[in-house]
Ligand binder design. Sequence first.
Ligand code: GTP
Length: 366
Amino acid sequence: MGQRPTSHSRQIPVVVIAGFLGSGKTTLLNHLLHRSGGSRIGAIVNDFGAIEIDAMAVAGALGDSTVSLGNGCLCCAVDVSELDGYLERLARPEAGIDVIVIEASGLAEPQELVRMLLASEQPGVVYGGLVEVVDAAEFDDTRAKHPEIDRHLALADLVVVNKTDRAPDAERVLALVRSLSDRAAVVPAAYGRIDPEFLFDCKPSEERIGQLSFDDLHDHTRDEESTGHTGHLHTAYDSVSFTSGAPLDPRRLMRFLDSRPEGLYRIKGYVDFGPYDERNRYAVHAVGHFLRFYPEPWTPAEERLTQLVLIGSGIDAPGLRKELDACVSDAPHADEHGMWGVLRYVPDPGEGEPGEPGVEEPPEPA
Ligand SMILES: Nc1nc2c(ncn2[C@@H]2O[C@H](COP(=O)(O)OP(=O)(O)OP(=O)(O)O)[C@@H](O)[C@H]2O)c(=O)[nH]1
């Protein structure tokens, strides 16, 4: 780690972070950005949903290196020539980038992305491996619903078994994941806190072992190719984007969240509660039944908007949008106890995300 390019001919490794919805990819990317030492990371964030929530979540840490691929699933929305354009920008010597990390949408098929990288004609970059993030607490459920996870694990170079803090049987999950990923290193983590050295191994491509060849990928995707995109994870999902310039009423929003339908698997974004908290916006993360709000101070220049992305299967998108519209506040003043329902889901110190102001960071893994 920490190697700076010594000549323009050095190729920059491109690492792909994949993983199911809400498994902790953005959290891992943020951790890497904060712990990269002397290495400079160029990040490409591919988000699912019209509002680029993940791009917003990492933008502060990245500054002008952020390149978002915009709406949709990378494997469908971006062809090789487009991806090359982004890689070319980040690989320019003046950008001073040591490693490029692509955070795939939670709905992207990782092998498509890796295949695009291997097919890339960009001379400045070399494919640097596939990281699969899994949610240890949800692993059994995810696997039952999406058996293709096994195939993703078999393709990975590194598997991060994340959220071990929430999984009472993390050892069992680790052993199971190890049995499913034949050549990958499998590391446990909480909040994506892995040693960045796992990823920033900047050796030339011929020295890398255990990474995918084009043929491997071809074999794995042949069935899907013959049927178009029907085998893709994301074909079964719908996403709803919701934006409001008027603040939301906390009670109404909590009523909506408490009664959210089973198929609504993931909610993320930012909420403006207007007079209920003029200082903070509330980042919201829901995965399955898990729900958290994280207050974050508004920056002075920021437009005060609520921006949410809801992802689920078999959801009634117009119905959900209508319910969210009904959460918009029509009262000019806050009532005293309005925020109680929301504050129940703000983590206590020690439980929150690492790096948050006033929140103790969980210890680094051994
Ligand atoms: N308890 C716990 N929560 C975590 C951990 N890692 C991430 N989270 C939380 O899980 C939620 C989802 O994390 P993200 O990093 O946004 O997940 P993601 O994979 O990027 O999500 P998508 O972009 O929707 O696919 C957030 O609320 C995180 O704070 C962990 O190790 N333990």
